[in-house]
Design a protein around this ligand. Structure first.
Ligand SMILES: CC(C)(COP(=O)(O)OP(=O)(O)OC[C@H]1O[C@@H](n2cnc3c(N)ncnc32)[C@H](O)[C@@H]1OP(=O)(O)O)[C@@H](O)C(=O)NCCC(=O)NCCS
Length: 131
């Protein structure tokens, strides 16, 4: 039975600006770059909740919903959705601001990622449940 006690809700965990070095051969922001930012954002929540090392074990769904341009400020909002015995499922939504205009934020991608808490030998370790 998944532990859904005291799940904290969505939080801004990570912000980054898309730079020219993050573009593909056509000058568009590379999808893999955005995937990596979303993985980092989700892992911040998982590491905090697991109180230590985690690894990404699965990306259940990843959607690219709008293009990202060089200079966009990307804000990643992460929400812990489920805690298993050793796993943590996190949903991440990435929003972009053109020219850093915080009033013009729009969703560019979202994903559900599963992380596994690891011990110092890289083996799954139980995540302590709340209470
Ligand atoms: C993470 C890893 C140690 C887990 O090992 P494993 O033998 O699969 O461990 P288990 O089968 O005990 O699964 C551990 C947990 O992950 C979950 N899990 C495993 N594969 C999953 C998948 N495809 N989707 C969702 N959850 C999954 C299991 O349900 C279990 O959760 P629970 O304990 O909460 O019930 C191993 O798969 C690994 O090292 N993978 C590579 C991780 C990595 O390098 N990530 C970065 C890639 S660049």
């Amino acid at each position: 039975m998944p532990d859904t006690d005291a799940l904290p809700g969505r939080e801004l965990t990570y912000r980054v600006v898309a730079m020219p070095a993050d573009t593909n051969a056509y000058g568009d922001i590379f999808g893999g770059w955005l995937m990596s930012q979303i993985d980092i954002a989700g892992s911040i929540v998982a590491i905090r909740r697991a109180a230590g090392r985690v690894a990404t074990v699965a990306v259940k769904e990843f959607r690219f919903l709008a293009p990202v341009a060089v200079g966009d400020l990307i804000s990643c909002y992460a929400e812990l959705r489920e805690i298993g015995r050793t796993s943590l499922t996190v949903h991440v939504v990435a929003e972009a601001c053109r020219q850093m205009d915080a009033h013009a934020e729009h969703v560019v991608a979202d994903a559900t990622l599963v992380y596994v808490a690891l011990d110092s030998d890289g083996r799954p370790r139980p995540v302590a449940t709340a209470g």
